[in-house]
Design a protein around this ligand. Structure first.
Ligand code: ADP
Ligand code: MG
Length: 503
Protein backbone atom coordinates (compact mmCIF):
# COMPACT_ATOMS: atom_id res chain seq x y z
CA UNK A 1 0.00 0.00 0.00
CA UNK A 2 1.00 3.58 -0.50
CA UNK A 3 2.65 5.40 2.32
CA UNK A 4 -0.17 7.83 2.93
CA UNK A 5 -0.52 10.39 5.63
CA UNK A 6 -3.91 10.13 7.23
CA UNK A 7 -4.83 13.61 8.23
CA UNK A 8 -7.54 14.08 10.76
CA UNK A 9 -10.41 15.60 8.81
CA UNK A 10 -9.61 19.26 8.38
CA UNK A 11 -12.92 21.08 8.51
CA UNK A 12 -13.74 23.96 6.29
CA UNK A 13 -14.05 26.92 8.62
CA UNK A 14 -16.46 29.69 7.74
CA UNK A 15 -16.16 32.99 9.58
CA UNK A 16 -19.56 34.23 10.58
CA UNK A 17 -20.27 37.76 11.73
CA UNK A 18 -19.74 36.61 15.33
CA UNK A 19 -17.66 33.42 15.41
CA UNK A 20 -16.01 30.66 13.41
CA UNK A 21 -18.11 27.74 12.28
CA UNK A 22 -17.20 24.27 11.00
CA UNK A 23 -19.06 22.14 8.46
CA UNK A 24 -20.31 18.60 9.01
CA UNK A 25 -21.55 16.64 6.01
CA UNK A 26 -23.00 13.18 5.45
CA UNK A 27 -24.01 11.83 2.05
CA UNK A 28 -26.67 9.40 0.91
CA UNK A 29 -25.59 8.35 -2.57
CA UNK A 30 -28.07 6.62 -4.86
CA UNK A 31 -26.21 4.46 -7.36
CA UNK A 32 -28.09 2.68 -10.10
CA UNK A 33 -27.06 -0.96 -10.14
CA UNK A 34 -25.50 -1.97 -13.47
CA UNK A 35 -27.69 -4.91 -14.55
CA UNK A 36 -29.79 -5.70 -17.60
CA UNK A 37 -33.02 -6.26 -15.70
CA UNK A 38 -34.81 -4.48 -12.85
CA UNK A 39 -34.67 -5.43 -9.16
CA UNK A 40 -37.95 -7.37 -9.07
CA UNK A 41 -38.91 -7.82 -12.74
CA UNK A 42 -37.41 -8.92 -16.00
CA UNK A 43 -38.01 -5.53 -17.67
CA UNK A 44 -34.99 -3.94 -19.32
CA UNK A 45 -33.01 -1.12 -17.72
CA UNK A 46 -31.77 0.37 -21.01
CA UNK A 47 -31.51 4.15 -20.82
CA UNK A 48 -33.28 6.26 -23.41
CA UNK A 49 -35.89 3.72 -24.49
CA UNK A 50 -39.30 4.85 -25.73
CA UNK A 51 -41.27 6.07 -22.65
CA UNK A 52 -43.15 3.30 -20.84
CA UNK A 53 -41.68 0.57 -23.05
CA UNK A 54 -39.56 -1.06 -20.31
CA UNK A 55 -42.37 -1.80 -17.90
CA UNK A 56 -43.42 -5.21 -16.56
CA UNK A 57 -46.81 -5.66 -14.91
CA UNK A 58 -45.22 -5.73 -11.49
CA UNK A 59 -43.45 -2.39 -12.17
CA UNK A 60 -46.80 -0.87 -13.11
CA UNK A 61 -48.27 -2.05 -9.81
CA UNK A 62 -50.89 -4.26 -11.45
CA UNK A 63 -53.05 -6.14 -8.95
CA UNK A 64 -51.91 -9.63 -8.10
CA UNK A 65 -48.37 -9.16 -9.45
CA UNK A 66 -45.55 -10.41 -7.22
CA UNK A 67 -41.95 -9.21 -7.13
CA UNK A 68 -39.22 -11.80 -7.80
CA UNK A 69 -35.73 -10.83 -6.71
CA UNK A 70 -33.06 -10.49 -9.39
CA UNK A 71 -29.99 -12.37 -8.13
CA UNK A 72 -27.68 -10.26 -10.32
CA UNK A 73 -28.72 -7.11 -8.41
CA UNK A 74 -27.99 -8.77 -5.08
CA UNK A 75 -24.58 -9.89 -6.36
CA UNK A 76 -23.80 -6.32 -7.46
CA UNK A 77 -24.69 -4.92 -4.03
CA UNK A 78 -22.46 -7.53 -2.36
CA UNK A 79 -19.67 -6.75 -4.81
CA UNK A 80 -19.96 -3.04 -4.02
CA UNK A 81 -19.92 -3.78 -0.30
CA UNK A 82 -16.78 -5.88 -0.66
CA UNK A 83 -15.15 -3.11 -2.71
CA UNK A 84 -15.84 -0.71 0.17
CA UNK A 85 -14.36 -3.17 2.69
CA UNK A 86 -17.78 -3.46 4.26
CA UNK A 87 -19.48 -6.13 6.31
CA UNK A 88 -21.86 -8.24 4.20
CA UNK A 89 -25.05 -9.25 6.00
CA UNK A 90 -25.94 -12.83 5.13
CA UNK A 91 -29.41 -12.07 6.41
CA UNK A 92 -31.24 -9.00 5.13
CA UNK A 93 -34.86 -8.15 4.43
CA UNK A 94 -37.05 -5.82 2.39
CA UNK A 95 -39.47 -3.27 3.76
CA UNK A 96 -42.23 -1.24 2.22
CA UNK A 97 -41.87 2.52 2.36
CA UNK A 98 -45.36 3.84 1.74
CA UNK A 99 -46.08 7.11 -0.01
CA UNK A 100 -48.25 8.35 -2.82
CA UNK A 101 -46.78 9.83 -5.96
CA UNK A 102 -47.93 9.56 -9.57
CA UNK A 103 -44.62 8.03 -10.65
CA UNK A 104 -44.90 5.32 -7.98
CA UNK A 105 -47.69 3.03 -9.20
CA UNK A 106 -47.32 0.48 -6.39
CA UNK A 107 -48.03 3.17 -3.81
CA UNK A 108 -44.87 2.12 -1.97
CA UNK A 109 -41.18 1.67 -2.60
CA UNK A 110 -39.56 -1.64 -1.68
CA UNK A 111 -36.41 -0.78 0.29
CA UNK A 112 -34.34 -2.15 3.19
CA UNK A 113 -34.69 -0.03 6.31
CA UNK A 114 -34.22 -2.43 9.20
CA UNK A 115 -31.89 -5.07 7.76
CA UNK A 116 -29.72 -3.73 4.92
CA UNK A 117 -27.61 -6.11 2.87
CA UNK A 118 -24.34 -4.26 3.55
CA UNK A 119 -23.13 -2.90 6.88
CA UNK A 120 -20.16 -0.75 7.88
CA UNK A 121 -17.34 -0.04 5.48
CA UNK A 122 -14.99 2.76 4.51
CA UNK A 123 -13.76 4.85 1.63
CA UNK A 124 -10.29 6.29 1.36
CA UNK A 125 -10.81 9.78 -0.01
CA UNK A 126 -7.83 11.23 -1.84
CA UNK A 127 -7.21 14.87 -1.18
CA UNK A 128 -3.78 16.15 -2.30
CA UNK A 129 -1.19 13.53 -3.34
CA UNK A 130 -0.05 11.62 -0.27
CA UNK A 131 -2.91 12.86 1.84
CA UNK A 132 -6.08 10.84 2.27
CA UNK A 133 -9.05 10.77 4.62
CA UNK A 134 -11.22 7.90 5.65
CA UNK A 135 -14.96 8.39 5.35
CA UNK A 136 -16.93 5.69 7.13
CA UNK A 137 -19.82 4.00 5.37
CA UNK A 138 -22.77 3.28 7.62
CA UNK A 139 -24.70 0.94 5.33
CA UNK A 140 -25.74 0.11 1.79
CA UNK A 141 -29.25 -1.01 1.05
CA UNK A 142 -31.01 -2.13 -2.09
CA UNK A 143 -34.18 -0.39 -3.17
CA UNK A 144 -36.37 0.33 -6.18
CA UNK A 145 -36.10 3.53 -8.15
CA UNK A 146 -39.27 5.49 -8.89
CA UNK A 147 -40.51 6.57 -12.32
CA UNK A 148 -40.30 10.02 -13.79
CA UNK A 149 -42.98 12.70 -13.90
CA UNK A 150 -42.71 15.12 -16.79
CA UNK A 151 -44.38 18.46 -16.19
CA UNK A 152 -42.99 20.57 -19.00
CA UNK A 153 -44.22 18.78 -22.11
CA UNK A 154 -47.79 20.06 -22.12
CA UNK A 155 -49.30 23.22 -20.62
CA UNK A 156 -52.26 21.39 -19.10
CA UNK A 157 -51.08 17.85 -18.45
CA UNK A 158 -48.32 15.97 -16.67
CA UNK A 159 -46.88 12.76 -18.07
CA UNK A 160 -45.36 9.77 -16.38
CA UNK A 161 -42.60 7.54 -17.71
CA UNK A 162 -42.30 4.26 -15.82
CA UNK A 163 -39.15 2.99 -17.55
CA UNK A 164 -37.06 3.68 -14.47
CA UNK A 165 -39.69 2.36 -12.04
CA UNK A 166 -38.30 -0.66 -10.24
CA UNK A 167 -34.72 -0.29 -11.45
CA UNK A 168 -32.34 -1.36 -8.66
CA UNK A 169 -30.58 1.33 -6.66
CA UNK A 170 -27.93 0.99 -4.01
CA UNK A 171 -28.25 3.65 -1.36
CA UNK A 172 -24.82 4.18 0.13
CA UNK A 173 -25.03 6.08 3.41
CA UNK A 174 -21.92 7.72 4.83
CA UNK A 175 -21.25 8.74 8.41
CA UNK A 176 -21.05 12.51 8.91
CA UNK A 177 -17.27 12.33 8.38
CA UNK A 178 -17.04 14.81 5.52
CA UNK A 179 -15.88 18.25 6.55
CA UNK A 180 -16.06 20.49 3.50
CA UNK A 181 -17.41 20.93 -0.04
CA UNK A 182 -14.21 19.77 -1.79
CA UNK A 183 -14.07 16.70 0.42
CA UNK A 184 -17.70 15.89 -0.41
CA UNK A 185 -16.93 16.03 -4.12
CA UNK A 186 -13.73 13.98 -3.65
CA UNK A 187 -15.77 11.37 -1.78
CA UNK A 188 -18.30 11.07 -4.61
CA UNK A 189 -15.47 10.91 -7.16
CA UNK A 190 -13.85 8.06 -5.25
CA UNK A 191 -17.09 6.13 -4.76
CA UNK A 192 -17.83 6.49 -8.45
CA UNK A 193 -14.33 5.34 -9.38
CA UNK A 194 -14.55 2.25 -7.18
CA UNK A 195 -17.98 1.29 -8.55
CA UNK A 196 -16.80 1.77 -12.12
CA UNK A 197 -13.81 -0.50 -11.41
CA UNK A 198 -16.18 -3.06 -9.89
CA UNK A 199 -18.63 -2.71 -12.78
CA UNK A 200 -21.52 -2.27 -10.34
CA UNK A 201 -22.64 1.24 -11.40
CA UNK A 202 -21.67 3.16 -14.51
CA UNK A 203 -21.55 6.39 -12.51
CA UNK A 204 -23.23 8.41 -15.24
CA UNK A 205 -24.40 11.46 -13.31
CA UNK A 206 -25.93 13.16 -16.33
CA UNK A 207 -28.39 10.29 -16.78
CA UNK A 208 -29.09 10.34 -13.06
CA UNK A 209 -27.42 6.96 -12.49
CA UNK A 210 -25.49 8.46 -9.58
CA UNK A 211 -27.06 11.15 -7.41
CA UNK A 212 -26.61 12.30 -3.86
CA UNK A 213 -28.69 13.63 -1.01
CA UNK A 214 -26.38 15.94 0.90
CA UNK A 215 -26.86 16.44 4.65
CA UNK A 216 -25.26 19.61 6.00
CA UNK A 217 -24.96 21.04 9.49
CA UNK A 218 -22.65 23.54 11.14
CA UNK A 219 -21.06 23.46 14.57
CA UNK A 220 -18.57 25.43 16.68
CA UNK A 221 -14.89 24.38 16.82
CA UNK A 222 -14.46 21.48 19.26
CA UNK A 223 -18.00 20.15 18.89
CA UNK A 224 -17.09 17.62 16.21
CA UNK A 225 -14.30 16.20 18.36
CA UNK A 226 -16.82 15.79 21.19
CA UNK A 227 -19.12 13.95 18.78
CA UNK A 228 -16.25 11.72 17.66
CA UNK A 229 -15.36 10.75 21.19
CA UNK A 230 -18.89 9.91 22.21
CA UNK A 231 -20.62 9.27 18.84
CA UNK A 232 -23.34 11.38 20.42
CA UNK A 233 -25.09 13.35 17.68
CA UNK A 234 -26.35 15.97 20.13
CA UNK A 235 -22.91 17.64 19.92
CA UNK A 236 -23.62 18.36 16.25
CA UNK A 237 -25.90 20.99 14.80
CA UNK A 238 -29.29 20.26 13.26
CA UNK A 239 -28.86 19.12 9.68
CA UNK A 240 -30.71 19.94 6.50
CA UNK A 241 -30.81 17.53 3.61
CA UNK A 242 -30.39 18.78 0.05
CA UNK A 243 -32.04 16.29 -2.27
CA UNK A 244 -31.04 14.75 -5.56
CA UNK A 245 -27.80 16.41 -6.56
CA UNK A 246 -26.23 15.08 -9.74
CA UNK A 247 -23.27 17.34 -10.39
CA UNK A 248 -19.99 17.63 -8.49
CA UNK A 249 -20.01 21.38 -9.02
CA UNK A 250 -23.54 21.84 -7.69
CA UNK A 251 -22.85 19.60 -4.69
CA UNK A 252 -20.05 21.94 -3.65
CA UNK A 253 -21.97 25.14 -4.33
CA UNK A 254 -25.04 23.86 -2.49
CA UNK A 255 -23.04 22.86 0.60
CA UNK A 256 -21.34 26.23 0.78
CA UNK A 257 -24.57 28.12 0.36
CA UNK A 258 -26.46 25.94 2.83
CA UNK A 259 -23.77 26.29 5.51
CA UNK A 260 -23.80 30.08 5.18
CA UNK A 261 -27.58 30.15 5.37
CA UNK A 262 -27.52 28.13 8.60
CA UNK A 263 -24.77 30.28 10.12
CA UNK A 264 -26.71 33.49 9.43
CA UNK A 265 -29.79 32.06 11.16
CA UNK A 266 -27.82 30.80 14.17
CA UNK A 267 -25.92 34.03 14.65
CA UNK A 268 -29.23 35.86 14.54
CA UNK A 269 -30.35 33.83 17.52
CA UNK A 270 -32.56 31.53 15.47
CA UNK A 271 -32.64 27.75 15.24
CA UNK A 272 -32.32 25.41 12.28
CA UNK A 273 -35.38 23.43 11.33
CA UNK A 274 -34.50 19.95 10.20
CA UNK A 275 -35.85 19.94 6.68
CA UNK A 276 -35.43 18.72 3.16
CA UNK A 277 -34.26 21.37 0.73
CA UNK A 278 -33.71 21.68 -3.00
CA UNK A 279 -30.78 23.39 -4.67
CA UNK A 280 -31.61 25.88 -7.39
CA UNK A 281 -28.54 26.10 -9.64
CA UNK A 282 -29.84 29.20 -11.42
CA UNK A 283 -30.17 31.19 -8.20
CA UNK A 284 -27.27 29.39 -6.48
CA UNK A 285 -29.34 28.83 -3.35
CA UNK A 286 -31.28 26.14 -1.52
CA UNK A 287 -34.95 26.41 -0.68
CA UNK A 288 -37.24 24.46 1.55
CA UNK A 289 -39.07 21.48 0.06
CA UNK A 290 -40.63 20.10 3.20
CA UNK A 291 -40.00 20.49 6.92
CA UNK A 292 -39.74 17.81 9.55
CA UNK A 293 -43.34 18.51 10.60
CA UNK A 294 -44.52 17.84 7.09
CA UNK A 295 -42.14 14.88 6.80
CA UNK A 296 -43.81 11.80 5.47
CA UNK A 297 -44.81 9.07 7.80
CA UNK A 298 -43.69 6.26 5.57
CA UNK A 299 -45.32 3.55 7.67
CA UNK A 300 -42.44 1.19 7.01
CA UNK A 301 -43.21 -2.48 7.47
CA UNK A 302 -41.63 -5.72 6.27
CA UNK A 303 -42.62 -6.39 2.67
CA UNK A 304 -45.07 -9.31 2.83
CA UNK A 305 -44.40 -10.25 -0.81
CA UNK A 306 -40.75 -11.12 -0.30
CA UNK A 307 -39.03 -13.63 1.92
CA UNK A 308 -36.06 -12.39 3.92
CA UNK A 309 -32.94 -12.50 1.82
CA UNK A 310 -30.58 -15.26 2.93
CA UNK A 311 -27.25 -15.53 1.16
CA UNK A 312 -24.39 -17.96 1.74
CA UNK A 313 -20.88 -17.10 2.81
CA UNK A 314 -19.48 -19.33 0.04
CA UNK A 315 -21.34 -17.24 -2.55
CA UNK A 316 -19.96 -14.04 -1.00
CA UNK A 317 -16.46 -15.60 -1.03
CA UNK A 318 -16.81 -16.39 -4.74
CA UNK A 319 -17.69 -12.76 -5.45
CA UNK A 320 -14.77 -11.62 -3.27
CA UNK A 321 -12.42 -13.85 -5.26
CA UNK A 322 -13.56 -12.23 -8.50
CA UNK A 323 -12.95 -8.61 -7.47
CA UNK A 324 -10.58 -6.72 -9.74
CA UNK A 325 -7.56 -4.82 -8.47
CA UNK A 326 -9.11 -1.66 -7.00
CA UNK A 327 -7.92 1.95 -7.44
CA UNK A 328 -5.90 2.27 -4.21
CA UNK A 329 -4.01 -0.97 -4.82
CA UNK A 330 -3.43 -0.21 -8.48
CA UNK A 331 -2.14 3.26 -7.70
CA UNK A 332 0.26 1.91 -5.09
CA UNK A 333 1.51 -0.74 -7.51
CA UNK A 334 2.08 1.81 -10.29
CA UNK A 335 4.20 3.95 -7.94
CA UNK A 336 6.20 0.91 -6.79
CA UNK A 337 6.59 -0.88 -10.13
CA UNK A 338 7.11 1.96 -12.54
CA UNK A 339 8.76 4.53 -10.29
CA UNK A 340 6.21 7.18 -11.21
CA UNK A 341 4.91 9.95 -8.98
CA UNK A 342 1.73 9.42 -7.02
CA UNK A 343 0.13 12.18 -9.04
CA UNK A 344 0.87 10.39 -12.32
CA UNK A 345 -0.37 7.14 -10.82
CA UNK A 346 -3.67 8.84 -9.90
CA UNK A 347 -4.10 10.14 -13.42
CA UNK A 348 -3.37 6.75 -14.96
CA UNK A 349 -5.65 4.84 -12.60
CA UNK A 350 -8.61 7.24 -12.72
CA UNK A 351 -10.36 4.80 -15.05
CA UNK A 352 -9.52 1.13 -15.30
CA UNK A 353 -9.38 1.35 -19.12
CA UNK A 354 -6.72 4.07 -18.89
CA UNK A 355 -4.66 1.94 -16.52
CA UNK A 356 -4.90 -1.10 -18.79
CA UNK A 357 -3.84 0.96 -21.82
CA UNK A 358 -0.85 2.35 -19.95
CA UNK A 359 0.24 -1.09 -18.79
CA UNK A 360 0.04 -2.44 -22.33
CA UNK A 361 2.35 0.40 -23.45
CA UNK A 362 4.70 0.04 -20.48
CA UNK A 363 5.05 -3.73 -20.82
CA UNK A 364 8.76 -4.43 -21.44
CA UNK A 365 9.55 -0.72 -21.84
CA UNK A 366 10.67 2.21 -19.70
CA UNK A 367 7.67 2.73 -17.39
CA UNK A 368 8.38 6.37 -16.61
CA UNK A 369 8.71 7.27 -20.27
CA UNK A 370 5.56 5.31 -21.09
CA UNK A 371 3.71 7.20 -18.34
CA UNK A 372 4.91 10.52 -19.74
CA UNK A 373 3.79 9.74 -23.23
CA UNK A 374 0.44 8.32 -22.22
CA UNK A 375 -0.34 11.26 -19.93
CA UNK A 376 1.11 14.18 -21.86
CA UNK A 377 0.82 13.21 -25.51
CA UNK A 378 -2.04 10.74 -25.59
CA UNK A 379 -4.35 12.01 -22.83
CA UNK A 380 -3.58 15.60 -23.84
CA UNK A 381 -4.61 14.84 -27.39
CA UNK A 382 -7.68 12.82 -26.36
CA UNK A 383 -8.84 15.68 -24.11
CA UNK A 384 -8.44 18.15 -26.91
CA UNK A 385 -10.69 16.04 -29.12
CA UNK A 386 -13.04 15.19 -26.25
CA UNK A 387 -12.46 11.47 -26.71
CA UNK A 388 -11.98 8.79 -24.11
CA UNK A 389 -9.37 6.09 -24.25
CA UNK A 390 -11.67 3.49 -25.78
CA UNK A 391 -12.00 5.79 -28.82
CA UNK A 392 -8.26 6.45 -29.14
CA UNK A 393 -7.14 6.33 -32.77
CA UNK A 394 -3.71 5.18 -31.53
CA UNK A 395 -3.50 1.71 -30.05
CA UNK A 396 -1.20 0.72 -27.19
CA UNK A 397 0.80 -1.30 -29.72
CA UNK A 398 1.30 1.72 -31.98
CA UNK A 399 2.32 4.02 -29.12
CA UNK A 400 4.69 1.31 -27.87
CA UNK A 401 6.16 1.13 -31.38
CA UNK A 402 6.94 4.87 -31.26
CA UNK A 403 8.66 4.45 -27.89
CA UNK A 404 10.70 1.53 -29.27
CA UNK A 405 11.97 3.68 -32.14
CA UNK A 406 13.10 6.31 -29.65
CA UNK A 407 14.73 3.71 -27.42
CA UNK A 408 16.65 2.35 -30.43
CA UNK A 409 17.81 5.90 -31.25
CA UNK A 410 16.12 5.59 -34.64
CA UNK A 411 14.20 8.83 -34.04
CA UNK A 412 14.60 11.78 -31.69
CA UNK A 413 11.95 12.87 -29.22
CA UNK A 414 11.01 15.70 -31.52
CA UNK A 415 10.51 13.43 -34.54
CA UNK A 416 8.60 11.06 -32.27
CA UNK A 417 6.02 13.78 -31.71
CA UNK A 418 5.66 14.29 -35.46
CA UNK A 419 5.33 10.54 -35.85
CA UNK A 420 2.66 10.50 -33.13
CA UNK A 421 0.66 13.02 -35.15
CA UNK A 422 0.97 10.95 -38.32
CA UNK A 423 -0.10 7.73 -36.60
CA UNK A 424 -2.94 9.60 -34.86
CA UNK A 425 -4.42 10.91 -38.09
CA UNK A 426 -3.39 8.28 -40.64
CA UNK A 427 -2.83 5.10 -38.64
CA UNK A 428 -0.19 2.59 -39.70
CA UNK A 429 2.90 0.91 -38.32
CA UNK A 430 5.29 3.49 -36.80
CA UNK A 431 8.47 1.67 -37.88
CA UNK A 432 7.23 1.38 -41.44
CA UNK A 433 6.23 5.06 -41.55
CA UNK A 434 9.68 6.10 -40.35
CA UNK A 435 11.29 3.90 -43.00
CA UNK A 436 9.05 4.98 -45.87
CA UNK A 437 9.13 8.70 -45.16
CA UNK A 438 12.83 8.84 -44.40
CA UNK A 439 12.28 10.06 -40.85
CA UNK A 440 15.16 8.06 -39.47
CA UNK A 441 17.57 9.99 -37.34
CA UNK A 442 20.91 10.77 -38.97
CA UNK A 443 23.55 9.35 -36.63
CA UNK A 444 26.11 9.15 -39.41
CA UNK A 445 28.58 11.74 -38.13
CA UNK A 446 30.02 12.13 -41.61
CA UNK A 447 26.77 13.57 -42.94
CA UNK A 448 26.30 15.77 -39.87
CA UNK A 449 29.88 16.98 -40.09
CA UNK A 450 29.50 17.90 -43.75
CA UNK A 451 26.39 19.94 -42.97
CA UNK A 452 28.12 21.64 -40.05
CA UNK A 453 31.28 22.43 -42.06
CA UNK A 454 29.14 24.11 -44.68
CA UNK A 455 27.40 26.24 -42.06
CA UNK A 456 30.72 27.21 -40.47
CA UNK A 457 32.13 28.16 -43.87
CA UNK A 458 29.08 30.29 -44.66
CA UNK A 459 29.03 32.16 -41.34
CA UNK A 460 32.56 33.24 -40.33
CA UNK A 461 31.36 36.18 -38.23
CA UNK A 462 29.03 33.97 -36.26
CA UNK A 463 31.91 31.51 -35.64
CA UNK A 464 34.09 34.28 -34.16
CA UNK A 465 31.29 35.36 -31.82
CA UNK A 466 30.60 31.81 -30.73
CA UNK A 467 34.24 31.25 -29.85
CA UNK A 468 34.00 34.16 -27.39
CA UNK A 469 30.52 33.35 -26.17
CA UNK A 470 29.96 29.56 -26.02
CA UNK A 471 26.24 30.11 -25.48
CA UNK A 472 25.96 30.89 -29.19
CA UNK A 473 26.78 27.27 -30.03
CA UNK A 474 23.05 26.63 -29.84
CA UNK A 475 22.60 28.61 -33.03
CA UNK A 476 24.84 26.16 -34.93
CA UNK A 477 22.97 23.18 -33.50
CA UNK A 478 19.72 24.73 -34.71
CA UNK A 479 21.15 25.32 -38.19
CA UNK A 480 22.34 21.72 -38.50
CA UNK A 481 18.95 20.45 -37.39
CA UNK A 482 17.33 22.67 -39.98
CA UNK A 483 19.70 21.51 -42.71
CA UNK A 484 18.96 17.86 -41.93
CA UNK A 485 15.20 18.30 -41.70
CA UNK A 486 15.28 17.76 -37.95
CA UNK A 487 16.61 14.26 -38.38
CA UNK A 488 20.14 14.68 -37.09
CA UNK A 489 20.79 12.96 -33.79
CA UNK A 490 20.80 15.94 -31.38
CA UNK A 491 23.47 14.40 -29.17
CA UNK A 492 25.85 13.85 -32.07
CA UNK A 493 25.23 17.38 -33.34
CA UNK A 494 25.94 18.93 -29.95
CA UNK A 495 29.20 17.03 -29.61
CA UNK A 496 30.40 17.97 -33.08
CA UNK A 497 29.50 21.64 -32.67
CA UNK A 498 31.43 21.99 -29.43
CA UNK A 499 34.43 20.16 -30.94
CA UNK A 500 34.54 22.37 -34.01
CA UNK A 501 34.01 25.66 -32.21
CA UNK A 502 36.68 24.84 -29.62
CA UNK A 503 39.46 24.58 -32.19
P1 ADP B 1 -32.49 9.80 7.32
O1 ADP B 1 -32.70 8.42 6.81
O2 ADP B 1 -33.61 10.34 8.10
O3 ADP B 1 -32.09 10.75 6.25
P2 ADP B 1 -29.96 8.95 8.53
O4 ADP B 1 -29.67 8.65 9.96
O5 ADP B 1 -29.97 7.80 7.60
O6 ADP B 1 -31.30 9.77 8.43
O7 ADP B 1 -28.85 9.99 8.09
C1 ADP B 1 -28.77 10.49 6.83
C2 ADP B 1 -27.41 11.11 6.60
O8 ADP B 1 -27.24 12.27 7.39
C3 ADP B 1 -26.21 10.23 6.90
O9 ADP B 1 -25.33 10.30 5.82
C4 ADP B 1 -25.60 10.88 8.12
O10 ADP B 1 -24.21 10.73 8.14
C5 ADP B 1 -25.96 12.32 7.94
N1 ADP B 1 -26.01 13.10 9.18
C6 ADP B 1 -26.56 12.74 10.35
N2 ADP B 1 -26.43 13.73 11.26
C7 ADP B 1 -25.81 14.76 10.63
C8 ADP B 1 -25.40 16.07 11.03
N3 ADP B 1 -25.63 16.54 12.26
N4 ADP B 1 -24.79 16.84 10.11
C9 ADP B 1 -24.56 16.40 8.87
N5 ADP B 1 -24.91 15.18 8.45
C10 ADP B 1 -25.53 14.36 9.31
MG1 MG C 1 -32.21 10.73 4.25
Amino acid sequence: MLDLTFEPPKPKVIQGAKHDWELVIGLEVHAQVATNAKLFSGASTTFGAEPNSNVAFVDAGMPGMLPVINEACVAQAVRTGLGLKAAINLHSAFDRKNYFYPDLPQGYQISQLYHPIVGEGEVLVDMTPGVARIVRIERIHLEQDAGKSIHDMDPAMSFVDLNRTGVALMEIVSRPDIRGPEEAAAYVVKLRQIMRYLGTCDGNMQNGNLRADVNVSVCRPGDYERYQESQDFSHLGTRCEIKNMNSMRFIQAAIDHEARRQIAILEDGGTIDQETRLYDPDKGETRSMRSKEEAHDYRYFPCPDLLPLEIEQAWVDDIAASLPELPDAKKARFVADYGMTEYDASVLTAETENAAFFEAVAQGRDGKQAANWVINELFGRLNKEDLDITASPISAGQLGGILDLMAADAISGKIAKDLFEIVWSEGGDPAQIVEERGMKQVTDTGAIEAALDQIIADNPAQVEKAKVNPKLAGWFVGQVMKATGGKANPKAVNELVSQKLAT
